[in-house]
Ligand binder design. Structure first.
Ligand SMILES: Nc1ncnc2c1ncn2[C@@H]1O[C@H](COP(=O)(O)OP(=O)(O)OP(=O)(O)O)[C@@H](O)[C@H]1O
Ligand SMILES: [Mg+2]
Length: 242
């Protein structure tokens, strides 16, 4: 089978010239189908930039990206949005919920773009919200929910259509430790069901759930190691503060 992700020498340079920011500074990375990967690093190290590339939401300044064997730079906008709709469930760092829609409608929105009928949408969205513990908040709008609840709506939205790939940027960033563990249990279940999970976090303990930990610093990958969640990640990450 083709690799899911094959990125070579990727650069993303903002403000070229004197004040340039190398958000990605020569990243080469491959990820297979069915992996559970955590991408870790300090604030500003380039994690979200990398996620935007992985999810075909942004284009690199330089470098190549083959997604499932397809050269992303050669895909049309329609093909890209089809990949995003069908293949990838996104959890964005800032939730990106629509304020005027309630939880159920927010989760249903991407299902509309997938062309699912009303009944099926409602069922999948309700199931996803129940899975993240929000069965009793279906009709609440984002403003009527706590930060952690909004984050869980964003997770429900990402998993409702059961996409093969889950790309999650700090999915536990606004959660208390119990809700954080619940979210990790859900991501673990999705992985065990055969999905690819790519998780972005600055939290060692959260990263320790993954089977592979990739550390990013100043737009570069500085380590990439397998991880055994049962053994804890400390031995991989050392005492460094990530
Ligand atoms: N649109 C932009 N224009 C200029 N610089 C940008 C832009 N977006 C991001 N950057 C810079 O690129 C670098 C990487 O940003 P990125 O958002 O990928 O970091 P991050 O690792 O996700 O950080 P955090 O953990 O705080 O979310 C940062 O130094 C940031 O200031
Ligand atoms: Mg970020």
């Amino acid at each position: 089978m083709e690799k899911l992700v094959d990125i070579r020498e990727m650069y993303k340079i903002y403000n070229p010239g004197e004040n340039e920011v190398r958000a990605l500074d020569g990243v080469t990375l491959s990820i297979d189908h069915g992996e559970f990967v955590a991408i870790v690093g300090h604030s500003g190290s380039g994690k979200s930039t990398l996620m935007n590339m992985l999810g075909c939401l942004d284009v690199p300044t330089e470098g190549t990206y083959y997604l499932d064997g397809k050269d992303v730079s050669e895909l049309s906008d329609d093909e890209l949005s089809e990949i995003r709709n069908e293949e990838i469930g996104f959890v964005f760092q800032g939730f990106n919920l629509i304020p005027s829609l309630n939880a159920l409608e927010n989760v249903e929105l991407p299902l509309i773009y997938r062309g699912l009928g009303r009944e099926e949408r409602r069922t999948l969205a309700t199931q996803a919200l129940e899975r993240v513990g929000l069965g009793n908040r279906l009709r609440h709008r984002p403003m009527e929910m706590s930060g952690g609840q909004q984050q869980r709506v964003a997770i429900a939205r990402a998993i409702a259509a059961k996409p093969p790939v889950i790309l999650a940027d700090e999915p536990t960033g606004n959660l208390d430790s119990k809700s954080g563990r619940d979210v990790m249990r859900i991501l673990n279940e999705l992985w065990r069901e055969g999905r690819t999970v790519i998780l972005i976090t600055h939290d060692n303990e959260i990263a320790a759930n993954a089977r592979r930990i990739i550390k990013v610093m100043d737009g570069r990958i500085v380590s990439d190691q397998p991880n055994d969640p049962d053994a804890g990640a400390e031995h991989v990450l050392g005492d460094q503060d990530i």
